[in-house]
Design a protein around this ligand. Sequence first.
Ligand code: ATP
Length: 240
Amino acid sequence: MGTLLEIKNIETYYDLIYAIRGASLSVEEGSITAILGNNGAGKTTILRTVMGLIDDQPDKGTIEFAGRRIDGADTEKIVRMGISLVPEGREVFEELTIRENLMMGAYTRRDKKAVTRDLDRVFAYFPILADRTGQWAGTLSGGEQQMLAIGRALMSRPRLLFLDEPSLGLSPLLVKEIFEIIKKINQEGVTILLVEQNAKKALEVSNEALILENGRFVMKGQSGDLMKDENVREFYMGVR
Ligand code: ATP
């Protein structure tokens, strides 16, 4: 189906410290691609760089989405073009209700009828949210907040969804449920770029995966192949 996102040789720094030191990545349309890496490897920074959320724009490299350059573009424009981020730690608006949080995700859109249809689609993925539209988001459990954060990101109708550590802090049962939903969202046509420390789950759900160390990709391949790789098993999956 072709490449949807093409990152070439980007560098991102905070103050004087380089977090990303020349990283290239392509995401195939229709795929689930996973970025694995330890704490501080720079995974979040890659997603934030693409979204235009880092003040100092990358002064090196290029980012193309659906064949158009987006490096240097405003976040709002990037969202309107079709990329949406579910941030690490969910970051739901705690003082707003479930419905209000979801509507915030549709802030770039004007077609209210279509927005209502998408609200129904989110409720179909997450029936638990449909039952409680008036509940304050701050009173939801961690798993429910993760569902809400994914739902909110879907409300901008992304072609490409970024998920930053969706399994963080969730019980094994909920992790399983969240990954099943991620698969379903992908099957319904949304390309996914996933950042995870849970290497096993991430490799199971993804088609392709890359390993990031110290701001550089050190390995990439089909997820099934990486799952069998001895180094990946030892250093990222804790098995031999
Ligand atoms: P984690 O899995 O722990 O979230 P990560 O792979 O997502 O890690 P990043 O959050 O991208 O890693 O951080 C990469 C590096 O950049 C780290 O050394 C981090 O301390 C640093 N860093 C991240 N955000 C900032 C910031 N706002 N200011 C300064 N340094 C930062």
